[in-house]
Design a protein around this ligand. Structure first.
Ligand SMILES: [Zn+2]
Length: 168
């Protein structure tokens, strides 16, 4: 078993980020853990330096434009099928389905009920037969909507992140 490094994390990071210093060499002599990490890191850098990015084939653009032309020339029902398949594959569709399920369950659980929040007194005066919703139920709906909003924002954030990674 390898002995644990005695340096603080920040000191260890300094040593590993610049392993050419005299202090780093001195530490590696007494710390097999850091010496091994440094050797692995150097190996990784060397491998990355030696890595050759594959050339883009000369026919890449031609193939791409042929595929675009084929997609444009395809019948409308095939384009619709592709669009629908992509829509159902979206995570936001799953969120919308869950929201519909929750709202549907609430509506089925309260048949004939009308949600009457803060303006319930006005609604009651206009519609004396309107069903009251307790404040607890209203809070549950509000919390669910907030959760859905948060999920939507999280979803939008992850989409943005994906797009920026693709564009890089
Ligand atoms: Zn160490």
């Amino acid at each position: 078993m390898m002995t644990k490094c005695l340096l603080k994390e920040s000191e260890r990071a300094d040593v590993l980020l610049d392993p050419t210093t005299a202090a780093a060499h001195l530490h590696f002599a007494s710390c097999p853990s850091c010496a091994q990490s440094s050797a692995q890191q150097s190996g990784l850098w060397l491998a990355l330096d030696a890595w050759k990015v594959p050339e883009v084939s000369a026919s890449f653009n031609r193939t791409l434009y042929e595929k675009i032309e084929a997609a444009i020339a395809s019948p409308w029902y095939e384009r619709w099928a592709v669009a629908i398949r992509q829509t159902f594959a979206q995570p936001s569709f799953a969120v919308a389905a869950v929201a519909l399920f929750v709202v549907g369950g609430f509506v089925l659980d309260h048949p004939g009920g009308v949600v009457t929040p803060l303006w319930s007194a006005q609604v009651r005066s206009l519609h004396p037969g309107a069903v009251q919703v307790s404040s607890t139920e209203a809070e549950q709906v509000e919390r669910t909507l907030e959760d859905l909003e948060m999920l939507h924002q999280f979803d939008a954030g992850s989409d943005e992140k994906e797009n920026t990674q693709k564009s890089m």
